[in-house]
Design a protein around this ligand. Structure first.
Ligand code: NAD
Ligand code: MG
Length: 394
């Protein structure tokens, strides 16, 4: 059996780290064509060398000299910029791991799809920002799209080999984040450090903040709707603080099947990399007796309005999820840089959607380009909403 050739987009991030760990453990099975990052040349160079990649690409052109220097004396080809990133994503491989964070991942992932590369999708923003257009591209190019996101990977496993018509509800779980038990008035005081202290998962900053607001679960509902072509009313969320059950399928006869595993992203990533085989080893094994208790509760819509906003956007469909995603990226960035209060995160998103709606921007988008244009306009609106808020506060 020849090795599976892999490209990792976003190779220096949290998902990139986990993917690299799996690949490094099975060198006979996998070979790496290219690795990419935003601007961290040193980390990318190291990743390229340890994985034996042929190419290393930074999105930020200013990072190219440092990348060249770090890889001097090797045969690894370097390049920089958005066009180079898209070109590299389109080089023929067996699988592209799409693990850039945010809407920045949409164009390179779409380029990989157009080139006919199968995708292991971590970048959920492809489906929130440009869901209908992205799924059409996937169908038109006949590529396989395997979900890395743990809940969706769980749903994929629960659906494989089943009669889908017998499933009445698809439930994804949420850990509830670090503020699950905080009273509403305390949430306004939540700091960056507190929001980044996720109780069960270790992830990049953006998705960790989204987990604290529960926006991540809202984005994941939209992700599931597109990935599996499901109607919104069949999708549900349960808060499950232990993060052991990742998703459940409820069948028409009342049977509930759950997918369980230790909260370690290497498991769903390995599932995609080895599919349709099963990875023959486990990075971590679940010890249910040690976990002892599995608990479930409904999310609180009062304290976590982001979930409601995402549900509304999912029901509206068209451009609403695109605007939701862009506004959320702007708000999360402002929160991480400091200055925006935790409870203002959903407020910025809600105001941006209302403003985009009043400007008649919510129809469409018919193509990936349209979606990214709406993304750009939404960021301008969201930044305007941020400025208003800062002006009111000073
Ligand atoms: P991260 O912030 O740890 O890493 C992001 C990667 O993207 C880095 O390699 C970075 O260099 C690159 N990048 C950032 N901005 C870029 C840009 N403008 N252009 C090109 N490259 C850029 O993020 P992460 O936590 O690994 O998450 C990646 C994606 O996977 C996100 O969409 C996230 O929602 C999803 N996801 C992550 C986890 C997790 O456990 N971390 C779980 C499920 C889904
Ligand atoms: Mg997830």
């Amino acid at each position: 059996m020849s090795a599976r050739l892999i490209t990792i987009l976003g190779a220096t991030g949290s998902i990139g780290d986990s993917a690299a760990d799996i690949i490094a453990r099975d060198r006979d099975r996998f070979a790496v064509h290219a690795v990419t990052a935003n601007g961290n040349a040193a980390a990318l160079a190291e990743r390229a060398v340890t994985l034996g990649a042929k190419k290393a690409v930074v999105a930020d052109e200013q990072a190219l000299p440092a990348l060249r220097e770090a890889l001097a004396g090797t045969s690894i080809v370097t390049s920089a910029g958005e066009a180079a990133l898209e070109e590299t994503a389109a080089d023929p491989v067996d699988m592209v791991i799409s693990a850039i964070v945010g809407a920045a991942g949409v164009r390179p992932t779409a380029a990989a799809v157009r080139a006919g590369n199968d995708i292991a999708l971590a970048n959920k923003e492809c489906l929130i920002c440009a869901g209908d257009a992205f799924m059409k591209l996937v169908r038109d190019n006949g590529v396989r799209l395997l979900p890395v996101d743990s809940e969706h990977n769980a749903l994929f496993q629960l659906m494989e080999g089943r009669n889908i018509g017998d499933i009445v509800t698809y439930t994804i779980t949420a850990s509830g984040g670090p503020f699950r038990t905080w009273p509403a008035d305390r949430l306004a005081t939540a700091t960056r450090k507190e929001a980044l202290a996720h109780p069960t998962w270790s992830m990049g900053d953006k998705v960790t903040i989204d987990s604290a607001t529960l926006m991540n679960k809202g984005l994941e509902l939209i992700e599931a709707m597109h990935l599996f072509a499901l109607p919104p009313e069949k999708l549900d969320v349960l808060v499950h603080p232990q993060s052991v059950v990742h998703a459940m399928a409820t069948f028409v006869d009342g049977s509930v099947h759950a997918e369980m595993g230790a909260p370690d992203m290497r498991r769903p990533i390995a599932y995609c990399l080895y599919w349709p085989d099963r990875c023959g080893w486990a990075a971590t094994r679940l010890d249910l007796a040690a976990v002892a208790e599995l608990t479930f509760e409904h999310p609180d819509p009062e304290r976590f309005p982001a979930l409601r906003l995402a549900r509304e956007a999912m029901q509206k469909r068209d451009g609403a999820p695109t605007v939701l995603n862009a506004a959320n990226e702007v708000a999360v960035d402002a929160f991480l840089r400091g200055g925006l209060g935790f409870t203002h995160l959903p407020a910025i998103v809600e105001q941006t959607i209302a403003e985009a709606d009043s400007r008649g921007l919510l129809s469409g988008p018919a193509s990936i380009d349209d979606a990214l244009e709406l993304d750009r306009q939404s960021r301008i609106i969201a930044n305007g909403e941020l400025e208003k808020r800062f002006a009111a506060a000073s």
